[in-house]
Design a protein around this ligand. Structure first.
Ligand code: ADP
Ligand code: MG
Length: 538
């Protein structure tokens, strides 16, 4: 494989891609398999990390499948399609991206063997569709219902997602934060993680210092020592423009003959500016956040009116403030009214020497902030990725109330059910269903392999133990096959069903490409890498 640096990874050279029929299929399968191969070694709690280096030389160290695939420079359209699988998985289930991609690669690998032995891709597509439906049904029956109030179970869900991505001690702390955050943004059983949870990062301290803040924290302080630092029932103005002299004066050209004229002009400018500040004060605001420059001259008036004011607030923070407090972003201060103000129960700069202001207690929204701490930017970035998965898995279980045992248990359940099902199916589809079962088993195999165990041995152990212990999965420390539910290693049902759906969709898509080529006889396949679609010359 080519390097991760400024060299794009050509799984195969797209320019030599003009292949047809079975050749096209094997080229496509090869590139899908290559992508799956890259993330396979990261699967599970003992998965290895990948080092990604971009053109600027920035380094990302991660074993998060979604991140790796997102950052990797991939050229081949089929490989890109597999990356899309990961994105869909991430969007719908929030986790399980590596599993989905590994399974997609395995489904295609097995399909290729079948094609080579004379099974038509259409038959495989049909068999995979049947297997997919059966697998989903099996998973639904296998799932365990949990109460969304079951905090301990939600913490286990978070922990399973975090394991291997943060140290164990920190992992427990982070899992607790996830569950606290989800409970705090609960809106009648629905949680909107992306809108209501803000992730902020601060280099300093350790991961253990990561905290959940009820509200927002921005890195700003009151601009004048005599401004109030604690405002209850805050009426918040968000000024999204400069508060400066030049900004408020009329833009007409000035001809100055005498020094007095200039002084006169300066006076006028000040008076105009003063009037603008008064407009803000007149709305009844008692906390002013300005996204741009704010003239020192303004501070005096805000201070006199007992208003907290701060400036150069990041756009990102302005948007969060607007979403949470309901304040509008005011660009034309001349038109500001009391209707533009937002509300918070409290605006407070707790420590007068620290550049940090908390905004808490909103009416319409329930924004929470997770303030990530860590020794370096690499650490905080990594913890952010951990939260990205963990918050979503907790959300999914909170909403669906369904889990399955982890450590390969659910995959073995599905594989065994598919084996039984296959024998009831007439025709060559049976072979595809068996291939599907084997592809699903690649997940426990990869987890075992990444722990340094023999994958075949562990698969055999898992299969035989599963007959008596339904929740049997792989203990990554000892290599024993144990009850995963008892060990508290659990995954959301939705992550597992979606992984199977995404993987089989992707595999079928690749298999069908060959079919379309056959329908158009020996024509060349032209690939448009920009648009990620296939065009066929007429
Ligand atoms: P994905 O991107 O697919 O979520 P991960 O690297 O997060 O990939 O691995 C997820 C798999 O690891 C799941 O099948 C899960 O059950 C398994 N797993 C997580 N923690 C453990 C553990 N402590 N013991 C065994 N398996 C585990
Ligand atoms: Mg995961």
């Amino acid at each position: 494989m080519a390097g991760y640096g400024n060299q794009p990874i050509y799984i195969v050279d797209p320019s030599k891609q003009h292949t047809t029929g079975k050749d096209a299929l094997s080229v496509n399968i090869a590139s899908a398999k290559a992508v799956a191969g890259i993330v396979r070694t990261t699967l599970g709690p003992k998965g290895m990390d990948k080092m990604l280096v971009n053109i600027m030389g920035d380094i990302t160290l991660t074993n998060d499948g979604a991140t790796i695939l997102e950052e990797m420079d991939i050229e081949h359209p089929t490989a890109k399609m597999i990356v899309e699988v990961a994105k869909t998985q991430e969007k719908i289930a929030g986790d399980g991206t590596t599993s989905a991609v590994v399974m997609a690669g395995a489904l295609l690998e097995k399909a290729q063997k079948l094609v080579e032995s004379g099974v038509h891709p259409t038959v495989i597509v049909k068999g995979y569709t049947m297997a997919n439906e059966k697998a989903l049904q099996v998973l639904n029956d296998y799932a365990i219902t949990v109460d969304r109030k079951d905090r301990e179970m939600l913490e286990r869900i978070a922990s399973t997602s975090i394991t291997g991505k943060a140290s164990e001690m920190a992992g427990n702390h982070l899992a607790k934060i996830c569950v606290d955050a989800i409970y705090a943004i609960d809106n009648n059983g629905v949680v909107n993680v992306d809108e209501d949870i803000v992730i902020a990062k601060e280099v300093g301290g350790t991961v253990h210092d990561t905290e959940l803040i009820n509200g927002i924290a921005i890195r700003k302080e009151a601009l004048h020592s005599e401004m109030p630092r604690r405002i209850e029932n805050a009426k918040i103005a968000l000024i999204d423009t400069e508060l400066s002299f030049s900004q408020t004066s009329t833009k007409s050209k000035l001809q100055v003959d005498r020094a007095e004229q200039l002084a006169d002009f300066k006076e006028k400018e000040k008076a105009n500016f003063r009037a603008i500040i008064q407009k803000i004060i007149d709305t009844g605001a008692n906390a002013v956040f300005c996204s741009k420059k704010m003239e020192d001259y303004a501070l005096h008036f805000f201070k006199e009116a007992n208003i907290y004011a701060t400036r150069r607030v990041k756009d990102e923070d302005m948007n969060i403030l607007s979403h949470s407090t309901g304040a509008s972003l005011v660009r034309n201060v001349n038109e500001i009214t009391a209707d533009d103000l937002g509300f918070a129960e409290l605006v407070e700069q707790e420590d007068e020497h620290e550049e940090k202001t908390y905004i808490k207690g909103f009416r319409e929204s329930r924004t929470m902030t997770i303030l990530i701490k860590g020794g370096s930017e690499h650490v905080t970035d990594n913890v952010e990725r951990v939260f990205d998965d963990a918050l979503h898995v907790v959300k999914v279980v909170f909403e669906d109330g369904k889990i399955v045992p982890g450590g390969g248990a659910s995959e073995i359940e599905v594989a065994q059910a598919l084996h039984n099902y296959a024998s009831s199916v007439q025709g060559r589809e049976q072979l595809a269903i068996l291939a599907f079962a084997e592809a699903v088993e690649e997940i426990p195999k990869a987890i075992a392999e990444n722990c340094g165990f023999d994958a075949i041995d562990k698969l055999i152990d898992l299969r035989s133990k599963h007959a008596t212990v339904k929740n049997a999965g792989l203990d990554i420390e000892t290599g024993n096959i144990v009850d995963m539910l008892e060990k508290g290693i659990v995954d959301p049902l939705r992550v597992k069903t979606q992984a199977i759906k995404s993987a089989s969709e992707a595999a079928k898509m690749v298999l069908r490409v060959d079919d379309m080529l056959r329908a158009r006889r020996q024509e060349m396949m032209d690939v448009d890498p920009e648009h990620n679609i296939h065009n066929y010359d007429m």
